[in-house]
Design a protein around this ligand. Structure first.
Ligand code: ADP
Ligand code: MG
Length: 435
């Protein structure tokens, strides 16, 4: 029983500092002060080392503690300098607590740990969580084997005893570390998610504000321009007066142009037209909305022949497709089916996103794409507006077919990219019926 108690105590010594650091310091905004961060990391690491060394776990005559974990974690999640500082501190603790007894083995193992984890730390952050855990356990196994085979310690009388000791050491460390890695990764993950959320929330607020200002300003400007035009056509004006009015109108036009740009919102500044694979784009959409669909009890079906290509900005096309797919799912509060299909129609590509949801009346369809038109409590009424404007800017259109109670189909029609004519060639056509 004391074994379990001691193990749990030791786990507490290593988990608490990690928890304190990642919940209260890192992610609080203060972690930008790098020196302070390092100092706090160092202080918490030292405390955990000291406590762990003072209250070790005893298993069949051997004493174990988690003294190396602080060093290893400093190496993997901090820097090698931090790890070195903790290693030296640990050495001082060790000398003060046990004296020079058996110091050769201690130094041998410490150097091994330091070098081994230094090499791992150079690639560690690029790994997935699973790979982090397996590479960690693998390295630990190698280090333990090296120590068991090539060194001896005073407290192990024979090679066999040394092997047993290192085996137990490995199990205890692997268990504790895997738990710790998992915890740290989860905490970092939630921090990243929080930051992303904050960013997208800001973006949403800004673009909503921009759109609302643009929307409110546009109407009075149209009225003003109308009157200026009226005066401009009056015969009693002098030449210079007419010139001034002309200037006023062109300035109003320019301002309206800027406002239209604002209305296409989150449009990235570096938007570049490229050739996009339709099947890849729709497949990616399916992936992205899978969780959201599942949550709403919606099954997603994909039917797209390969080889279809259109020209546009990939990010913007994804934005449009996701908007439409999300609307489709939201129109099915009791679950249903969402179809993502694509087909060739002459020289055009048709991408259809259809649902078996509530549908809309003709009047409602007519209002689609207007700023702020939404029937949802938390809707913005901007999604379709932006989507329509993006597709229009590429010379395409979005058709809507809807029947109340049956469902809705949104079809994006874009010029197909002809394979044989080279990737940059798009097919022109006359009959564009825009929504
Ligand atoms: P939001 O989703 O924020 O409300 P949108 O511009 O995306 O804004 O959509 C505007 C409105 O159009 C929605 O509130 C909804 O009433 C209607 N709508 C859009 N897509 C569908 C659909 N697939 N089925 C039924 N109604 C839809
Ligand atoms: Mg929407």
């Amino acid at each position: 029983m004391t074994l379990f108690r001691d193990l749990i105590h030791n786990l507490f010594y290593i988990i608490t500092p990690v928890f304190l650091y990642y919940t209260f310091w890192s992610g609080s905004g203060l972690e930008r002060h790098r020196k302070m961060s390092a100092l706090i990391f160092f202080a918490l690491g030292s405390a955990s080392m000291l406590l762990s060394m003072m209250f070790p776990v005893e298993i069949s005559g051997f004493k174990f503690d988690y003294r190396y974990l602080a060093v290893i974690f400093a190496m993997l999640y901090g820097s090698w300098i931090l790890a070195l500082a903790l290693m030296l501190t640990q050495f001082v603790f060790r000398i003060l607590m046990v004296g020079p007894h058996d110091v050769a083995f201690y130094l041998y193992f410490s150097v091994l740990v330091f070098i081994g984890f230094y090499l791992l730390s150079r690639h560690y952050q690029t790994f997935s969580v699973k790979k982090k855990m397996t590479s960690y356990a693998g390295l630990l196994a190698i280090l333990c084997s090296l120590s068991a085979v090539f060194s001896s310690s005073r407290f192990a009388d024979s090679r066999l005893e040394m092997l047993i000791y290192m085996g137990q050491f490995f199990l205890i460390y692997a268990g504790g570390s895997i738990l710790l890695i998992y915890l740290v990764e989860r905490l970092l993950d939630s921090q990243r998610m929080k930051a992303d959320l904050r960013k997208s929330e800001q973006l949403r607020t800004v673009s909503e504000l921009a759109a609302s200002v643009a929307h409110e300003v546009r109407n009075p400007m149209t009225v003003a321009r109308g009157f200026v035009q009226l005066i401009h056509s009056s015969p009693s004006l002098t030449d210079s007066e007419r010139k001034y009015l002309q200037l006023t109108m062109s300035e109003i036009d320019r301002a309206q142009h800027i406002i239209s740009d604002y209305l296409s919102l989150a449009k990235p500044k570096d938007s570049r037209l490229e050739t996009i694979s339709v099947s890849q784009a729709l497949d990616q959409v399916r992936h992205t909305i899978q969780a959201y669909a599942l949550m709403n009890n919606v099954s997603v079906f994909l039917d797209v022949p390969s080889g279809m290509k259109v020209r546009g900005d990939e990010k913007e096309l994804m934005q449009v497709l996701l908007n439409l797919a999300k609307n489709g799912i939201e129109a099915m509060p009791d679950g249903g089916k969402l179809f993502l299909t694509a087909s060739h129609a002459g020289e055009k590509v048709r991408m259809t996103i259809s649902d078996t949801g509530t549908g809309m009346t003709k009047d409602e369809v007519r209002q689609l794409g207007e700023a702020y038109y939404t029937t949802k409590e938390k809707g913005t009424g901007l999604g379709l507006m932006v989507s329509f404007s993006i597709i229009r800017s590429w010379g395409g259109q979005i058709d809507v077919k809807s029947a109340p109670g049956k469902g809705t189909a949104f079809t994006i029609v874009l010029p197909a990219v002809r394979e044989s004519a080279g990737l940059d060639q798009t097919v022109e056509s006359e009959d564009v019926n825009r929504v």
